[in-house]
Structure formats: structure tokens, C-alpha cells
Design a binder for this molecule. Structure first.
Ligand SMILES: Cc1ncc(C[n+]2csc(CCOP(=O)(O)OP(=O)(O)O)c2C)c(N)n1
Ligand SMILES: [Mg+2]
Length: 598
């Protein structure tokens, strides 16, 4: 195929095949990194990528799911389009979980997949899966390229959708089409050819004056204002602080908004929800005005209960999200930084009583958290690991967190400061992205240290990617909480349902030895007195490192304020034959005694 093809000049580059056209179009969109794994359904594209290897860095993963997570994280950390590529059938199927993560958290990702030969399609040929149908739910733009003349426009539009709408786009290329000459005879007379371009516009959405006035009036009437900041507020730290300062409003952070303002900032009331702080919960209960900035925080039971008595005001980039979780009287549609800047001069300085109350509670809360994290006895507490890591992490560290009890420990005990970046799979809340996110962070920021905080269950799902980190010699440290259990679910079975745990125990793995087997550096620590020195070493390691932290499996990730019903459920599960009831009762009792002291 394609031997007789003569290169054509395409956007200033030589293109011989359709694959060259696709790659040249990606370059035009500023794509410099691509994550994936080859296969016989996508080899034409790989030849084009090989020819452009100096312009696009290829990161070869061990599993396509990881490639999709990396593309998602690439967008989350850098704001640049993430691209992943996989072969037809199985490779493409593997991408799906990572693509759903991107879709749910609004990360701009393009997925490129292969397909069987056009003349065999529909004949039950090997690896034939209808990928356009399969991707229909996850990809907002979703097209097969079946004709050479489509390649440019479809690739342009896929990039445009993914990038400008922060969503998932998918293009699917049959094997034979990948190798076709870059230009075919036109199949129709007029118009000659659809012309698209990679021209990007730098536009900023700002709310209109009328809405800003309304919002300011509502906020100026408020006596006890709470701000809920989410992912949309992350790029607007300066503006958010200025507005919160003027309103004397505590800033409560949804987990995706953890880096919106530093955790040690006097305005911060920490996180919200099951993994949140008590002061933020109290502020939600007591506020008369709730200002939501860039968040669609899903757990509505943690938002003010007395909806009629609380004025809701919301700022979001997407008009369809206004009023999504809480009734609002004013919706500001726009970019958080620009809108907050426009809002500021219209706001009057508020009285600081409500903020002071929250700040006093935060001091108590932080003391309680310190007491939970400062344990020098064995078994080591997972909180101690998160807190010590927080103290040692460079102020420009790139941080990734997986899903599990590890999320609670990081949410509460890792204090974001300085220029640290923070990402995780928020809305999909899937296990396994921790390591791939860490890799994507380290690829994008080779001069910083990237830290992936993961559980033993989640890490095991995509642990092959540690070899990827070694292959590219990335400045990555994996901090692994080894409790030999699917901790989060164990506690949910007990505390939410009152059942004894079932199928949560994990067969232990020597993860430090595994890290070394991959060619990286592996440490094991079970003594909190050695933790600091080992973490320090790992964070400076010249090769990718993994610290396996053996921690207390009986440490419960309890909500800031457990309900009596949850206590009852736990008691029930113990009574109904929870295998570890003795240890659990003891741990809980110790926690209670400590809390009283604190
Ligand atoms: C792909 C996937 N499967 C299952 C779940 C349900 N789930 C959420 S957390 C969790 C346990 C995680 O265990 P581990 O990684 O060991 O972390 P730990 O909770 O022990 O800290 C499970 C099974 C999920 N969120 N995603
Ligand atoms: Mg675990």
C-alpha cells in the first residue's frame, strides 16, 4: 500500500499517507505528547508517528486504560489537549475507563483508534468491534475516517471539540485508510473539499453587567457567606482570595478544587463531604449565602439543608450547570478568574464574625488532625504517612491521588501549598488512575517531583505502568498505602450497611521488591520513626521510586461527624460476625479517647 504515493505538501509538512495528514493536523493543534500502545489495527498511524518522533513525544504504556488516564491527566495538569491511541478491538476497549474519567471531569482528550479493513467490515472479521457505536456515549465528537479527503477536517474537528469544549473526541481509522495516499480523487463535484483549520481563538467568557450587579447585590446582603470552590476555581487563586477576603467568607473546597487556594491559607476551611472537615460542614449549616465557584460537587446532602433560607449564587463556565445541585437566584456564566475580577469592585467589605468562627474551628480541627497524624507507635497510621509526605513534598510538587481510603487521608492530611498541582479522577471516582496520573504529571513537568498516592488495591490494577515510569526515567515517587484490603469498601459495608466485610481482603504483594524488579527503587516502611527519612530519600531518588507503607488496616476513614445511625451500623456489623471486630473496636475506642484529649 502507498508505495506509489507521492508526498503532497500539507500545512507546511510533507504528507504521504492519511496517517501523515492526521499527525500533521495534531501538530498544528500543538500536540507534543501522545500516550498509547501499538497493534496491527493502528500500525499505519504508528509509522506516521515514528516519522514525527522529534515533534511528538510518544509515551508507550503497558495498558491502554493507563494511556487514556494519562491523556486525561495531561489536560488536567497542563490545560493542553490530551491524546491517546490504541489498536482496533481490544486496545480501543481498554481506553474506555480513562475516557470516561476525562468526560466526567471535563478534560479535553482525543482518542485515536484503529479499525479492520474497509472491505472486510461487517463480515465478523478478527478484532472487528463497532467502535463508533461503542464510543457513542463517551465521545461528544465521534467519527470514522473512511476516505482520505476526510482526514484533515475530521481530525481538525475532533481536536476542536475536545479542546474547546473540554470533552472527549474519538476518531477511528480502518487499516487500509491509514495507508492511503494523502489525497484521493474527489468523490463528488462540489464543493471541492471541506476546508477546516487549526486556528485557535483565545476567548474568555465573562458574565454580563446585569448578572454581575445581581450577584453583587445578593452577596452584599449576606451576613454569613460561604464559598464553595471547585475545579473551575483552580486557575483563579488570586481573584478568589480577593473576593473571599472582601466578603470575609470561608472558602470550602470540593476535592477537585483542592489546589484552588492553599490549605494553610487563613481563608481555607478545607474540604467538604465525607472526606471533608467539620468546620466546612458547620459553615454550610450556618451560612445565609452560598457562593458556588466552578463546582458541581455531587453530594447534595452536604450543601445547606435549609434551601429556602439560603441565598444561592453560582459562577460556572457552563450555563447548563447553573442551579445543578443547589437552587440559585443568580447564575454567573463565565471564566472564574475574569468573572471574580469583574465582581470584586462591586462588593462591599463584610464583617468578619462568621469567618472568625470558622477560623477558630479550623484551629481545633487542625489540632485534632495533628493528633491523628502524629503517631509514633506501630501499626503505622495512614494519616501519619499523608501528613509526613505533605511536610516533605516540594512546594511545586505535582500530586496525584487514587480512589479509596487513601483519598480521605490525602484530602485531610496533605496540605496543598505554593505551586503544587493536584489531580485525581473526581467524578468517575475510579480506582487505578493514581500511577498513570503520576506518570503524566512527571512527563509534563520533568523538572519537578511528581507524587502518586495510591492504595494497594488500586495500584495493583495498573501496576505494570511502574515499568513505564522506569522506561522514561521519570521523577516520580509512588507512596503506597499497604493495608492488604480494599479499605474503603470494607468500611462502607460495615458503616453504611451494618454488614460484616466480605471479599475485601487482599493477598499481600511485596511492592518494594516489585518496584526493584521493574528497575526502580523500592522501600518498605512500617515504623513511623523511620518514615520521614525514607520518604526524604525516595523524593530525591534519581530513578522512579516506590515507598510501600505498611499501615493499620483498622484505621477507619470516618466522616468529620459520624451520625448515630453510622455508629449503630458499625456496631451491628461487629455483632453480625465481622471477622476483625476485636481490633476494630479497640482502634475506634483509642480514637475516641484521643479525640477527647484533643
Ligand atoms: C474500578 C473500580 N472498581 C471498584 C471501585 C470501588 N472501590 C472504591 S475504593 C475501593 C477500594 C480501594 O482499595 P485500595 O486501593 O486498597 O485503597 P484503600 O481503600 O485500602 O485505601 C473500591 C473497591 C472503584 N471505585 N473503581
Ligand atoms: Mg488497600
Amino acid at each position: 500500500m502507498g508505495m506509489a504515493a507521492i508526498p503532497v505538501l500539507f500545512r507546511g509538512r510533507k504528507a504521504t499517507t492519511v496517517s501523515d495528514v492526521v499527525v500533521a493536523t495534531l501538530l498544528d493543534w500543538g500536540v507534543d505528547t501522545i500516550f498509547g500502545l501499538p497493534g496491527d489495527g493502528i500500525n499505519g498511524m504508528f509509522e506516521a508517528l515514528r516519522q514525527h518522533e522529534r515533534e511528538i513525544r510518544f509515551i508507550q504504556t503497558r495498558h491502554e486504560e493507563a494511556a487514556a488516564f494519562m491523556a486525561s491527566a495531561h489536560y488536567k495538569y497542563t490545560g493542553k489537549l490530551g491524546v491517546c491511541i490504541a489498536t482496533s478491538g481490544p486496545g480501543a476497549i481498554h481506553l474506555l475507563n480513562g475516557l470516561y474519567d476525562a468526560r466526567l471531569d471535563r478534560a479535553g482528550v482525543l482518542a485515536i483508534t484503529g479499525q479492520t479493513y474497509t472491505d472486510l467490515k461487517g463480515t465478523h472479521y478478527q478484532q472487528e468491534v463497532n467502535l463508533v457505536r461503542l464510543f457513542a456515549d463517551v465521545a461528544e465528537y465521534n467519527e470514522a475516517i473512511i476516505n482520505a479527503n476526510q482526514a484533515e477536517s475530521v481530525t481538525d474537528l475532533a481536536c476542536r471539540h475536545a479542546f474547546t469544549k473540554a470533552t472527549v473526541a474519538h476518531i477511528n481509522l480502518p487499516v487500509d485508510v491509514q495507508d492511503q495516499p494523502a489525497r484521493e480523487k474527489l468523490s463528488h463535484m462540489r464543493p471541492a473539499r471541506t476546508i477546516t483549520s487549526a486556528a485557535r481563538s483565545r476567548y474568555i467568557t465573562v458574565p454580563c453587567d446585569h448578572d454581575l450587579e445581581q450577584a453583587a447585590a445578593g452577596l452584599n446582603r449576606g451576613k454569613r457567606i460561604a464559598i464553595l470552590a471547585g475545579a473551575g476555581a483552580v486557575g483563579a487563586r488570586r481573584e478568589l482570595i480577593a473576593v473571599a477576603e472582601r466578603l470575609q467568607a470561608p472558602v470550602i473546597k470540593a476535592l477537585l478544587g483542592k489546589a484552588a487556594i492553599p490549605d494553610d491559607h487563613p481563608l481555607s476551611a478545607g474540604g467538604l463531604g465525607l472526606i471533608g472537615t467539620l468546620p466546612s460542614q458547620r459553615a454550610m449549616e450556618e451560612c445565609d449565602t452560598l457562593f458556588i465557584v466552578g463546582s458541581s460537587f455531587p453530594y447534595m446532602q452536604f450543601l445547606p439543608e435549609k434551601r429556602e433560607e439560603v441565598t444561592g449564587i453560582q459562577l460556572d463556565l457552563r450555563p447548563e450547570c447553573i442551579g445543578l445541585r443547589f437552587p440559585v437566584s443568580v447564575g454567573l456564566v463565565g471564566d472564574a478568574a475574569a468573572a471574580l475580577e469583574d465582581l470584586l469592585p462591586r462588593l462591599k467589605k463584610h464583617d468578619g464574625r462568621f469567618l472568625k468562627t470558622t477560623q477558630k474551628r479550623m484551629r481545633d480541627w487542625n489540632q485534632l488532625m495533628d493528633s491523628r497524624a502524629n503517631h509514633m507507635s506501630k501499626p503505622m497510621k495512614p494519616q501519619t504517612v499523608a501528613r509526613t509526605l505533605s511536610e516533605l513534598a516540594p512546594s511545586d510538587a505535582v500530586v496525584a491521588c487514587d480512589c479509596g481510603t487513601v483519598t480521605t487521608w490525602m484530602a485531610r492530611h496533605f496540605m496543598i501549598r505554593g505551586e503544587q498541582k493536584w489531580a485525581m479522577a473526581g467524578n468517575l471516582a475510579t480506582m487505578a488512575p493514581g500511577l498513570p496520573y503520576g506518570i503524566a504529571g512527571a512527563v509534563a513537568y520533568p523538572r519537578r517531583r511528581t507524587i502518586a498516592f495510591v492504595g494497594d488495591g488500586a495500584f495493583t490494577m495498573l501496576m505494570g505502568e511502574f515499568a513505564t515510569a522506569v522506561k522514561y526515567n521519570l521523577p516520580l515517587t509512588v507512596v503506597l498505602i499497604k493495608n492488604n484490603t480494599l479499605g474503603q469498601i470494607k468500611w462502607e459495608q460495615m458503616v453504611f450497611l451494618g454488614n460484616p466485610e466480605y471479599q475485601c481482603e487482599l493477598q499481600p504483594i511485596d511492592f518494594a521488591a516489585y518496584a526493584r524488579a521493574c528497575g526502580g527503587i523500592g522501600y518498605t516502611v512500617d515504623d513511623p520513626r523511620q518514615l520521614r527519612a525514607i520518604l526524604q530519600q525516595a523524593l530525591r531518588s534519581p530513578k522512579p521510586s516506590l515507598v510501600e507503607c505498611i499501615t493499620d488496616p483498622f484505621e477507619p476513614p470516618m466522616p468529620a461527624e459520624a451520625t448515630p445511625k453510622q455508629g449503630l451500623h458499625l456496631a451491628e456489623s461487629l455483632a453480625r460476625g465481622e471477622p476483625h471486630r476485636g481490633r476494630i473496636a479497640l482502634t475506634l475506642f483509642r480514637d475516641k479517647v484521643r479525640d477527647f484529649k484533643a
